[in-house]
Structure formats: structure tokens, C-alpha cells
Ligand binder design. Structure first.
Ligand code: HEC
Length: 119
């Protein structure tokens, strides 16, 4: 584990790791969000707003991070248990949006810290 290694190297490098993380977070621009739904305003967000906000707020979205396959399962679940209608051609666009904005990060969250060689 990265953190373990940082600990073993001493608190000095751990502090540096946090500084780098902080700098990285500050540098990353906050995505623009819709003030009403709180959804990230990226491509296809209107589709998600129209289809997924009909029964509930964005609570599920802003807290859930999952990959495309699991978002698809969530949609099936909504359809089977909660009465979500068939999404037809919109489904892949909605999945694109969910994957991109509420998916799992492709790289480790600590992308700024180089993984030690041989790991
Ligand atoms: C017809 C009503 C309805 C629509 C439309 C709907 N949902 Fe839901 N959703 C519910 C209900 C009811 C719950 C709470 C019960 C539950 O957890 O299954 C819920 C809960 C959730 C949750 C949190 C619980 C979980 O299962 O992870 C997520 C995430 C979610 N919905 C995502 C979506 C997405 C994405 C869409 C659009 C593609 C959507 N919902 C559209 C009814 C709906």
C-alpha cells in the first residue's frame, strides 16, 4: 500500500504526499453543477435530470460511485422494483453520463504520487 510505504519512509514524506494531494485537488477545477438538481452539468445531464429525478433527488448519485456495469444494474433495479420506464436510446447516453461523472476514477486517487518501482 502506498500509505504504508509513505509511513515507513517517515512522516516527512507523508506530509509531502498530503501537500501534493492538496495541490492536485486545488488545481482541479470544480465541475459546474446544476443548482436545482445538484447534478454535474456535463453532456447528457438533462436526460438524467428528466429520467432519474422524477422520483427522487440526486441523493443516490452524489454518494454513489460505481462502474458502468453497476450503473446498468442500478437502472435495471429501478425498472424492476421501482417502476422506472424503459429508457430506449437514452439509456446508453445516461450510462455514458453516469460512468463519466459518477463512475470510478480510472487511476488511483493519488495519481500525483508515483507508485514505487516493482509494485
Ligand atoms: C419511477 C420512480 C423512479 C425513477 C424514475 C428512478 N428511480 Fe431511482 N429510486 C426509486 C426509489 C423508490 C428508490 C428508493 C428505493 C430503493 O433503494 O430501491 C430509488 C433509489 C435509487 C438509488 C439509491 C439506491 C440504490 O439502489 O442504489 C439510486 C442510485 C437510484 N435510485 C438511481 C436512479 C437512476 C440512475 C435513475 C434514472 C436512470 C433512477 N434512479 C430513476 C425510484 C425511481
Amino acid at each position: 500500500m502506498l500509505v504504508d510505504r509513505a509511513f515507513r519512509k517517515g512522516t516527512g514524506s507523508l506530509a509531502w504526499a498530503f501537500c501534493l494531494l492538496l495541490a492536485g485537488n486545488l488545481a482541479a477545477a470544480e465541475p459546474e453543477k446544476d443548482p436545482v438538481t445538484k447534478l454535474v452539468k456535463a453532456e447528457n445531464w438533462e436526460l438524467v435530470s428528466a429520467n432519474c429525478m422524477a422520483c427522487h433527488s440526486t441523493k443516490g448519485f452524489t454518494q454513489v460511485r460505481q462502474n458502468r456495469a453497476n450503473w446498468e444494474k442500478t437502472i435495471r433495479n429501478m425498472q424492476e422494483k421501482n417502476g422506472l420506464w424503459p429508457l430506449g436510446e437514452m439509456e446508453s447516453k445516461i450510462l455514458d453520463y453516469l460512468e463519466k461523472n459518477y463512475g470510478l476514477p480510472e487511476k488511483a486517487l493519488t495519481a500525483k504520487i508515483r507508485r514505487p518501482l516493482g509494485d
